[in-house]
Write a protein that binds this ligand. Sequence first.
Ligand SMILES: N[C@H](CCC[C@H](N)C(=O)O)C(=O)O
Length: 292
Amino acid sequence: MSGMDFSKGHGTENDFVVLPDPDVRLDLRADRVAALCDRRAGVGGDGLLRVARTGALVAAGVLDAAPAGVGADDWFMDYRNADGSIAEMCGNGVRVFAHYLRATGRESADEFVVGSRAGARPVVVHRCDGATGEVTVGMGEVRELGTSTATLDGQTLTGLGIDVGNPHLACVDKGLTAAKLAALDLTTAPVFDTDFFPHGVNVEILTPMADGAVDMRVYERGVGETRSCGTGTVAAAAAALRSAGRTEGEVRVRVLGGEVQVSVRGGVAELRGPSVLVASGQVDDAWWARLG
Ligand SMILES: N[C@H](CCC[C@H](N)C(=O)O)C(=O)O
């Protein structure tokens, strides 16, 4: 059986299919990405990270141009959601991507830039071995968009629209406890204001800040509920700080899949957390070809 190399990895159990594609040979049509991310009929994942250098993606026409601050030789995280849609940024994904580059020898430095459609994302790899890593990602500007609402589990919540390169609605519910959060039914997509979020939105529900920490669940655009969302934890941290009358600080965000640390300073965020590389294998060429 011949096939296409892949790896599986996750950041606080937000999991990804990692696809090395240095010559950008793969046509990542939405249906093919969805088939790969399918948890029964495919490899399974919340998303897919194609690994290629920025210049190769521009040469292949996948990118029109290198985003500002991203060099042709910088590795670029070409992120796709499980439904095959393209998203601008993936915070947990950048940690796994950076860990993968180090663990496979594609990068040898502890600090380097990862390219994304949201721009340059500088990373610091604090430690990494084949299986586990600890990475800090420079998440760029956190831009508040004003308040909007989402309706889920029969209730309408007010939240803060936040752009972290991709769109979020972070709903701090003052009366919410961790137990009530855990009991929320997130099996169906929240109803949101499509005029406010014309390109869809990732919706976070979180407890108010206590002892420098919040509890959060998230319903992701193009995926559904995930056990974690890195850009979502940044949006949640910014909303929790705002709700506490602050514009900067450190927030520990507890998600279903673990815990990350977010720092917001001067309107710019950093995200620190774990990465795990679970397995590597091959996608069978005949299986891939049958997708048409
Ligand atoms: N899981 C990702 C977010 C993916 C965002 C995607 N669902 C979208 O914006 O459409 C993260 O760790 O930031």
